[in-house]
Design a binder for this molecule. Structure first.
Ligand SMILES: C[S@@+](CC[C@H](N)C(=O)[O-])C[C@H]1O[C@@H](n2cnc3c(N)ncnc32)[C@H](O)[C@@H]1O
Length: 176
């Protein structure tokens, strides 16, 4: 389920390019994408990781420690929408990565966009879904969730965005 190494390297570079300090990840699994983000953060930067799996994220914690990044990553084990809804009103992120349940993408987006600083970036994974987003014979929940998200994000006047053909499709949005 994890992103590929070229996408990971790209995500590290992006974090450096925007001088990211406060980042959030929705969907952490065994921690690889979190390592890629955390490596790109400015000194003193923090990454908040959201996941519901204690089993997978136990591996993540181990790898973060081995990578010497555990001091800059905080993990919250709860449905991501609950974690996002519970953040304080003055929370501000400059880097966000969404890669959890596809049916939740629109909800995560709507919770995260108001928390992004102007110029901050949001990355959203699997937005091509192996090409199934344009194959209307495919009607499963995940693909429909991504289709809904793609239309929703494209129509959002608060951001400018591009869908990059990296990995399984990576949407890169910049908050205006
Ligand atoms: C595709 S994996 C993430 C892969 C990770 N970003 C990487 O590249 O290494 C999706 C993760 O989303 C988590 N997830 C699923 N539903 C969730 C929810 N409602 N809230 C938070 N995390 C969720 C799963 O437990 C799983 O670890």
């Amino acid at each position: 389920m994890q992103i590929g190494p070229e996408q990971g390297t790209f995500m590290t570079l992006l974090a450096k390019l925007v001088g990211a300090r406060n980042a959030i990840e929705i969907g952490t699994f065994t921690g690889y994408s979190a390592i890629c983000i955390a490596r790109g953060l400015a000194d003193g930067g923090r990454l908040l990781c959201c996941d519901i799996s204690a089993e997978w994220t136990a591996l993540a914690r181990d790898y973060w420690q081995r990578a010497g990044l555990d001091d800059r990553i905080e993990l919250r084990l709860a449905p991501a929408a609950d974690t996002l809804s519970g953040l304080s009103a003055d929370t501000s992120f400059d880097y966000a990565f969404i890669d959890a349940d596809k049916t939740g993408y629109v909800r995560y987006w709507d919770l995260i966009v108001p928390m992004m600083r102007s110029g901050g970036i949001i990355l959203v994974d699997n937005t091509l879904s192996h090409g199934r987003v344009v194959d209307l014979t495919v009607q499963d929940d995940n693909v429909q969730g991504v289709r809904r998200f793609n239309g929703h994000a494209r129509a959002d006047a608060r951001v400018e965005l591009v869908l990059l053909p990296i990995g399984d499709g990576l949407t890169l949005a910049r908050k205006l």
